[in-house]
Design a protein around this ligand. Structure first.
Ligand SMILES: [Zn+2]
Length: 256
């Protein structure tokens, strides 16, 4: 069983082959030459001998008529290896903004579920987002489905699907260590905070890598810090190699 959660489930009982989806090479775009409601009713008529997995309305509605484990009857010889989307409209139409987005969402889903590559397919032996006419005779000879204006939109659908797939969770915002106080560097033994600070100075091109806890905030550390202060334009007591609140806040040491 394979249903797409972005669609309204409108199962049909005729006009498809149960468990007949042999593989999924990609998704094929069609034009209904009609409305979503009219197509929904036609696919329920045994005389139709036609169906598709998905359908979009110009307003953005998405129906799923056939489970993607089952073979819809949309493009003859291409049925057992391609999923299908019928789109509301007539020959010569372009897909609406809503339809472009809905088709991209279905393609992104097919990419995640079946590994369909996010690219435009140009023949039945390819993979990706195809169109009915590309199958020629073997696919029932429908050179005008879905029409050249929609074929020209296929790269837009692919591009939108890529953007959907590329969305990654935001990394948590970096937490910076608060200024530990003037006395810290003069009196504290070396701590994780000093190590973190050493790494920052190295990243800034000033100083050496400070590995692990040691005995003291050393002269070498102080020299590195003074170099960083001068490089950043600090002067006077802000460039003496001792971290004060101002220069500490500017250095932005991640919390160890
Ligand atoms: Zn078609």
């Amino acid at each position: 069983m394979a249903k797409y959660s972005g669609a309204q489930w409108h199962p049909i009982t005729v006009n498809y082959t149960r468990s007949g989806q042999r593989e999924v090479r990609g998704v094929v775009i069609h034009i209904m030459a009609g409305t979503l409601a009219g197509t929904d009713s036609w696919f329920r008529n045994p005389r139709a001998k036609a169906s598709s997995h998905f359908g979009t309305g110009k307003n953005g509605a998405v129906y799923q008529w056939v489970d993607t484990a089952d073979r819809a009857w949309a493009q003859a010889g291409g049925n057992s290896s391609w999923l299908s989307i019928e789109n509301e409209g007539k020959g010569g139409d372009k897909l609406s903004e809503n339809q472009l987005t809905r088709c991209a969402e279905i393609l992104a889903w097919a990419h995640r579920k079946y590994g369909v590559p996010l690219t435009v397919a140009t023949s039945p032996t390819g993979r990706g987002l195809g169109w009915h006419g590309m199958g020629g005779k073997a696919w029932g000879s429908h050179p005008d489905c879905p029409g050249p204006r929609i074929v020209a939109q296929l790269p837009t659908i692919v591009q939108r699907a890529r953007a959907l797939v590329d969305v990654k969770p935001k990394p948590p915002a970096t937490q910076y260590a608060p200024f530990p106080g003037d006395r810290f560097f003069r009196s504290s033994p070396r701590s994780e905070l000093v190590t973190a600070m050493g790494r920052r100075l190295v990243a800034e091109g000033c100083g050496r890598y400070v590995e692990g806890p040691g005995p003291q905030w050393t002269d070498a550390d102080r020299k590195s810090y003074a170099a960083w202060q001068r490089k950043r334009g600090f002067v006077g007591s802000d460039a003496d190699g001792w971290p004060g609140r101002t220069t500490w806040d500017a250095l932005k040491v991640p919390k160890p």
